[in-house]
Design a protein. Structure first.
Lengths: 356, 409
């Protein structure tokens, strides 16, 4: 019964051997001949079954192995080999390094997503043909309708009033795509611009609006998004960020959530800039029509409440209303132009979803 | 006595000695707690490393499973490292990024490209996925050491991907009936290109064997669906709804059960077919053992989910009276629920990471242990003559498999 088994790394045949501890190296003896001589500092333990000792030597062929079954012999070999246990498993220092580099890589990807992707989206958006954008818009359109579970409110005097308002607004601006405004019957107070120029005005907004200028301001704001092709840019950016973050997190369990969280943060920071620009566009348009941009701010505040003391303003997809309100206030101008809708038209528009 | 002459009894001395084939049992010696600790620690480190720790976790898992699997006196050895997997992943990103971006640009370039541009991307990624599967297997093989000699693989990953594509088409058009022959052809390609040193691998399993063992499972799923479909054509409108509802409820039971049972059948068939020269494997793996692994996993997952749901429920019950109020207050001022939102997010992450731990413990380890306990190596001494050959292969395949979600333990 041999004390140890030697595999020379060249053939799979087990070689029963004895061990002799010399001063600087262990000698692997096959009968009387020395099959190999491994210097103690070269010897590394391998993480296999704890009951047996398996070592290799940095000076030997890569796969040469020595297996020691005898416990006393194994203990003696380990005692003489100072480096045997180093780097045997993923130790604390390695883990700390992995954590550090991971955070650095994550930071780099997040910064790319926040700063470089919007640049890329800005460059790419003008290259997209309007026809393609309209097709993309149709795909998004279906999702929006399902999401809000809303019937479109059309027909009747309300639709005529809406048509007049939109025509007045668009007469002063040049848009890359024809804008098309629709009202959806839902209590949610919001408005959104899709790729392809379609604008949805949700009825909750109309219900709480008190004057035509409020709605005109909101529509002008959405027209601003259409003019900048914001929805398309956002689409490009969302695609890019989901690609980057998706690759970063790979297929780990829980990656989906991290991607979602990351995307929310990134997208909302992007849209804050877009919202500010659209506000400016809206203010310019309203002033050009001789109406004040301020009522739009009043409506925003009525819908969302004051959000000054919100703990996570970074997460809001719409910028803090007070801040936007301040910006709109600065553009306040007296109403010199004619009212955009008559009293009767305004009442019709307000009840556009009740008529049908 | 003539009767005695008719039955000649050869003299004892001339009896040909038929040597019984030498049989060696496989055994797994790892403690359950060690493995659980390993994957739990890994799950905890996934979060602060934005997922990068997965490469080291996978490496630790393989090192554990390989190192604790004994064949006779010796255990296997896994020599791969987390760093190699990370590098493979980086290269995979470099390979995949132009494909994604190119596709993106293509779909933006012209409207009419859109309709058919999305199909090639799916196909490209699918074929790439199979390419990755082969390359990843090659990486794992060349990091698997037994008796100081490594396993390795020849063959072309592209050829494998092409074969898979054609066989998958055949499987699709035959409603799954070609699947056994697909598995046999692909496994043969993989095993005939696998070597232990200079000892050539082979695969002895046949499609018809797998077909015989699995055809009942096919009948209780796809066969059932076809029968119901045919029936639905010939009955009236009212009865059609009943037939389809009956089919759906039957399928929701039979499909998962058939999947798990087939997995057991498949694993056993795959093991039984393995050959390296004169060395062969035998398997006694029972379908109910594999089924048991899944049942334990299901019970653990359900229990774990129930506990977390209880925590979540008590958290919200304390804060909120009724749901209507919640909806109204969320619309008005959701910000005061930031604490709840953060708690939900954290619980959700814990849930997902915990699911990963349970899956690795009950399914990956559970099935590995069941396989080890039911496998016998025949003629192991034939491996004595193997001479080392082959080199460690790169880890690009593992990286691609990771990025494309086709990875394995």
């Amino acid at each position: 019964m041999a004390a140890a088994v030697f595999y020379d790394g060249l053939a799979a045949k087990p070689r029963p051997v004895a061990l002799r501890f010399a001063a600087d190296a262990v000698e692997i003896l096959e009968g009387e001949t020395v099959a190999a001589r491994w210097a103690y500092p070269d010897i590394k333990r391998l993480p296999v079954e704890a009951a047996r000792l398996r070592v290799r030597s940095l000076g030997a062929p890569e796969l040469a192995r020595l297996e020691v079954e005898d416990e006393a012999l194994a203990a003696e070999l380990l005692r003489r080999s100072p480096q045997a246990e180093a780097g045997i498993t993923t130790d604390r220092r390695t883990i700390a390094r992995i954590v550090g580099w991971s955070l650095a890589a994550a930071a780099s990807i997040v910064l790319t997503t926040i700063y470089l992707l919007p640049l890329a989206a800005n460059q790419l958006a003008p290259l997209v043909p309007a026809a393609l954008e309209r097709r993309l818009g149709e795909a998004v359109d279906n999702q929006v309708r399902v999401l809000f579970d809303g019937k479109a409110c059309d027909g009747g005097p309300g639709a005529a009033a809406l048509g007049k308002l939109v025509a007045t607004l668009t007469s002063r601006v040049e848009l890359p795509l024809a804008a098309e405004v629709r009202v959806l019957d839902t209590a949610i107070g919001n408005a959104l611009a899709l790729p392809g120029g379609r604008i949805y005005l949700l009825d909750g907004l109309l219900r709480r609006a008190e004057s035509p200028d409020e709605i005109a301001g909101i529509l002008a704001h959405e027209l601003g998004h259409v003019a900048r092709r914001d929805a398309l840019r956002r689409l490009i950016q969302a695609g890019g960020s989901s690609f980057l973050l998706g690759l970063l997190f790979g297929d780990i369990t829980g990656g989906g959530t991290l991607i979602l969280l990351g995307r929310t943060l990134v997208d909302s920071s992007y849209s804050r800039e877009a919202e500010t620009d659209a506000d400016r566009f809206a203010a310019d348009l309203m002033v050009a029509l001789g109406r004040s941009p301020q009522p739009m701010g009043a409506l925003l505040v009525r819908i969302t409440g004051t959000q000054r003391d919100m703990p996570l303003p970074f997460l809001a997809s719409h910028p803090v209303s007070e801040a936007r309100l301040d910006a709109l206030k600065a553009r306040e101008s007296p109403a010199t132009g004619p009212p955009l809708l008559t009293e009767e038209e305004w009442r019709a528009l307000k009840s556009i979803c009740k008529a049908g | 006595m003539p009767m005695n002459i008719a039955v000649p009894v050869p003299p004892v001395a001339s009896t040909p000695r038929i040597p019984l084939p030498e049989r060696t049992e496989l055994a797994f010696t790892g403690a359950p707690g060690d493995f659980f600790g390993l994957v739990a620690k890994g799950a905890a480190l996934i979060l602060p490393t934005a997922g990068f720790y997965r490469f080291w976790l996978i490496t630790d898992i393989r090192r554990h499973l390989w190192g604790k699997t004994r064949i006779g006196g010796e255990s296997l050895e896994y020599t791969g490292t987390g760093r190699e997997l990370l590098i493979g992943f980086m290269i995979a990103l470099a390979v995949l990024a132009p494909i994604y971006v190119g596709y993106f640009a293509l779909s933006l370039a012209a409207e009419r490209m859109q309709a058919f541009a999305s199909v090639p991307l799916f196909l490209v990624l699918y074929v790439f996925g199979q390419y990755a599967v082969y390359r990843a297997r090659r990486y794992r093989a060349t990091r698997t050491i037994f008796r100081g000699v490594r396993f390795w693989m020849t063959g072309s990953a592209w050829r494998y991907a092409g074969k898979t594509f054609l066989w998958d088409l055949a499987t699709l058009f035959s409603l799954g009936l070609a699947l056994p022959w697909r598995m046999a052809a692909l496994e043969r390609y993989k095993m005939q290109n696998t070597r232990f040193g200079d000892l050539a691998g082979d695969f002895a399993g046949t499609g018809s064997t797998l077909f015989r063992r699995g055809v009942a499972l096919w009948a209780m799923t796809i066969g059932l669906a076809i029968a119901a479909g045919v029936l639905a054509i010939f009955v009236g409108n009212a009865a059609r709804v009943i037939v389809l509802i009956g089919l759906l409820s039957a399928m929701s039971f039979t499909l998962p059960i058939a999947y798990v049972l087939f997995r057991g059948t498949l694993i056993r068939w795959l093991i039984e077919g393995v050959r390296f020269g004169a060395v062969a494997l035998e398997s006694r793996l029972r379908r109910d053992t594999v089924f048991g692994c899944y049942l334990k996993w299901l019970a653990a997952t359900t229990g774990y989910g129930a506990v977390l749901a209880g925590v979540l429920g008590s958290l919200f019950a304390a804060r909120l009276g009724d749901l209507n109020k919640l909806e109204a207050s969320l619309a008005a001022d959701w910000s005061s629920y930031a604490f709840e939102a953060a708690a939900v997010l954290l619980l959700y992450l814990a849930f997902l990471l915990g699911l990963g731990v349970l899956k690795r413990y009950f399914l990956d380890r559970g099935i590995w242990v069941a396989v080890a306990a039911s496998t016998t190596v025949v003629n192991l001494t034939a491996a004595d003559h193997a001479v080392a050959a082959g080199e460690a292969a790169g880890s690009l395949g593992e990286g691609l498999a990771d990025a494309l979600d086709v990875g394995a333990i």
